[in-house]
Design a protein around this ligand. Structure first.
Ligand code: ZN
Length: 412
């Protein structure tokens, strides 16, 4: 029995070794492929369908870190060659994945559009979408799509709106390209958007590790014009006509501001370079959201806009979990306490060695019960952190390390 196992192990190691040395130019062109999908289902069962494929001008991500170095996200997409070599992968969260954990998903079926991006393949590839089984933490493949890059129906996109560089520090392929997207700004307010985006960039670089890593970032802005100002407020029957249809009251939670339909954002950023998307909504009302490797969103002019933006960016950029545990959330499906969660800044202590056990000696680092909406059985690394309260002056050392590692994955 030992031999087959040893062979399997060798084969696994061989595939892994191969996966780490994918030569970009062998498999991909300089362009970007947008894969538009529709996720459907409810709390019990989920499915995913291919909607359309789009060829965009430029892949702005890393050309060396093609396989995600972190096992982050509630969802994942893997791209395989026809010889089954893993060429590219990314973890992500989505509004659909969040919705499946709400009470509404127990009794309704819904569909959510999503866009995912990858470098444009030279040859036929398999695009596999998986989701994490929350009770075990293991991956389950939902579906595989065969993508032929020569397919005549792949729509060639031209930029909907030209992105402008706010801060440019170097080539997109080895810098973090953060794109601020305007939402709810009328034509005469686009100058305000540029000032708001510049202010948000300053906010970000006030916090470590972003301060020290500023030279690793390019900041881009997308001045999208809306017909009317501000987001929609469904709870008050107030609907605006904006480019991205942003709305409060997501999942019936008053402060939860999102883009209930992803499609307009996917189209809007067609021509823009980005590794991370952040939508700035022209409003002085408190609110926002951040979904890992998907987008972050918050309002421009509330007195806590800085704190909310940096917190939501912690979610959307680095997959950090909320370190607080008292809050009005819509989720009924909480983390199981016998599985180590994937987020870097929370632990159930099931596999603490994979978290911050190695830096417990650092000042301000410990194990504090209460995190991720759970008072018991879930632990956070610090008494306070930007992922815990709006008063926290900094990210805790564990969050800072996690953010640094994500920055490295775009710059190395
Ligand atoms: Zn933290």
């Amino acid at each position: 029995m030992k031999k087959p196992f040893a062979m399997m192990l060798c084969l696994t190691l061989f595939v892994m070794a191969q996966a780490q040395h994918i030569d970009y130019k062998t498999y991909f062109t300089p362009e970007r492929l947008r894969v538009d999908l529709v996720f459907t289902g409810n709390a019990q069962t989920q499915d995913v369908f291919l909607h359309s494929l789009h060829k965009e001008p430029l892949w702005a991500g890393s050309k060396t870190v093609l396989i995600a170095p972190f096992d982050y996200g509630d969802c994942r997409y893997n791209v395989y060659s026809t010889q089954n070599v893993l060429l590219f992968s990314r973890g992500f969260n989505s509004l659909f994945a969040e919705w499946t954990t709400t009470e509404e998903a127990l009794e309704k079926d819904k569909a959510f559009a999503t866009s995912l991006w990858m470098p444009y393949p030279k040859d036929t590839v398999w695009f596999e979408v998986s989701q994490r089984v929350s009770s075990t933490g293991a991956w389950k493949a939902l579906k595989r799509f065969r993508i032929e890059p020569t397919d005549a129906l792949i729509r060639v996109e031209a930029p909907v709106c030209e992105a402008e560089a706010l801060i440019y520090n170097g080539p997109v392929e080895n810098h973090v390209d953060l794109l601020f997207v305007a939402e709810g700004y009328q034509a005469h307010e686009l100058e305000k958007f540029k000032q708001d985006a510049a202010r948000f960039a300053e906010y970000l670089f006030e916090y470590e590790p972003f301060t020290s890593r500023k030279a690793d970032f390019n900041i881009w802005i997308l001045p999208l014009e809306s017909q009317t100002s501000g987001p929609s407020f469904p709870q008050h029957g107030l609907w605006t006509q904006t480019s991205l249809y942003s709305a409060f009251h997501t999942f019936y939670l008053e402060r939860y501001l999102t883009l209930p339909d992803f499609s307009p954002l996917g189209k809007a950023v067609s021509g823009a370079p980005f590794d991370a998307l952040f939508v700035i909504v022209n409003s002085d009302i408190y609110g926002g959201g951040g979904i890992y490797n998907y987008y972050g969103i918050s309002t421009s002019d509330h007195s806590l806009s800085k704190e909310v933006f940096v917190h939501e960016f912690g979610h959307s950029f680095a997959g950090l979990a909320d370190e607080y545990y008292t809050s009005d959330v819509a989720y009924i499906d909480m983390y199981p306490t016998d599985v180590e969660p994937w987020e870097a800044n929370i632990t159930t202590l099931v596999d603490f060695a994979s978290k911050w056990e190695d830096i417990m000696h650092l000042e301000g680092v410990g194990v504090y019960e209460g995190a991720a909406y759970m008072a018991k059985g879930m632990y956070r690394p610090a008494i306070d952190c930007r992922m815990h309260t709006n008063n926290a002056p900094a990210f805790c050392p564990v969050c800072q390390r996690a953010i640094n590692r994500v920055i490295d994955s775009y710059t190395k």
